[in-house]
Ligand binder design. Structure first.
Ligand code: ATP
Ligand code: TZE
Length: 274
């Protein structure tokens, strides 16, 4: 049995526009500029503070926190734990992107510590990362998911159970889960898979929506649907390859105003069994 869920993207975009959420990202050096720009293009305000002395002060005034574990270091781990705890103290929603968890024991230990010590609103990973956090067999090489995932819906629900958060599992088809329910989201474009950092940009997109929309599941569904829509609009332009596609994608995000969103997004989000 499956049922459709109607996304509320226009309403969430209007909330982001009205709030202009300050999104504090503790993130990796590879994709930091793309993460900052996509935050701004959604209508949020990016800040990348990552000094251990400053993060608690900065997050106190933020609307959402992204913890992206793409750069593991002892200092980075301490910074993320401090930022996460401060966010919890101030009721600021936290999105965790456990980049590369499962690739090395060190990355896995850092991600597991963050899950244990920080209350998370959303965890976003590719299929391999989500499977690793769920305790299922996941295959992560570097930061890429490489394995076969027969029942990612059930695995994402198990991950939601383990982490106590909404889980977004990215791949050819994104899956969004709580411990009770899982949804599949149609849309997006294969070009996203050819650009480094589209997972990181999805993570901060989730944080931006969480900074303006109170319910993390609603924020996640609308963020993933909006991300996919922007990817499709970018693909309709005349891009020359992955590099220019990324620029078109950022432009498409900036162009997605509430008025510019198709009314009919029905059928994109489907309840999954499992
Ligand atoms: N083949 C595909 N078709 C459609 N969308 C895709 C495809 N591959 C990836 N995507 C989209 O790209 C985005 C990033 O997902 P992906 O699983 O590649 O993240 P990731 O491995 O964490 O990325 P990165 O490490 O480069 O930041 C998601 O929105 C996902 O839906
Ligand atoms: C390639 C890479 N390595 C660490 S973080 C990162 C960015 C994509 O996740």
């Amino acid at each position: 049995m499956s049922e459709s869920v109607q996304p509320t993207l226009a309403s969430s975009l209007a909330s982001v526009a009205a709030t202009g959420p300050l999104v504090h990202s503790v993130t990796n050096a590879v994709t930091v500029n793309d993460v900052a720009n996509v935050t701004l293009h959604w209508g949020g305000l990016p800040v990348m503070a990552d000094d251990e002395r400053e993060v608690a002060e900065m997050v106190a005034g933020a609307d959402a926190l992204l913890l992206n574990a793409g750069d593991v270091s002892e200092r980075g781990e301490r910074t993320m734990v401090a930022a996460g705890r401060a966010a919890n103290d101030h009721g600021v929603p936290v999105v965790l992107d456990p980049v590369g968890v499962g690739a090395t024991p060190t990355r896995t230990a850092v991600a597991e510590r963050l899950v244990a010590e920080v209350d998370l609103a959303v965890v976003k990973g590719n299929y391999g990362e989500v499977s690793t956090l769920a305790g299922a067999a996941g295959e992560v090489r570097g930061v890429e998911s490489v394995g076969e995932y027969a029942d990612i819906a059930a695995t994402a629900r198990a991950c939601a159970d383990t982490t106590g958060s909404v889980v977004v599992a990215s791949g050819e088809r994104d899956v969004i889960a709580t411990s009770e329910r899982a949804f599949g989201v149609e849309g997006g474009h294969p070009m996203l898979g050819r650009v480094v950092g589209t997972g990181c940009m999805l993570g901060v997109t989730l944080a931006t929506f969480c900074g303006a929309v109170a319910d993390p599941l609603t924020a996640s569904v609308d963020a993933v649907v909006g991300y996919g829509l922007a990817a499709e609009r970018a693909a309709e332009t005349e891009y020359g390859g992955p590099a220019s596609y990324k620029i078109r994608f950022l432009d498409a995000v900036a162009g997605l105003s509430p008025e510019a969103v198709d009314a009919d997004l029905a059928g994109r989000v489907t309840r999954l069994d499992g």
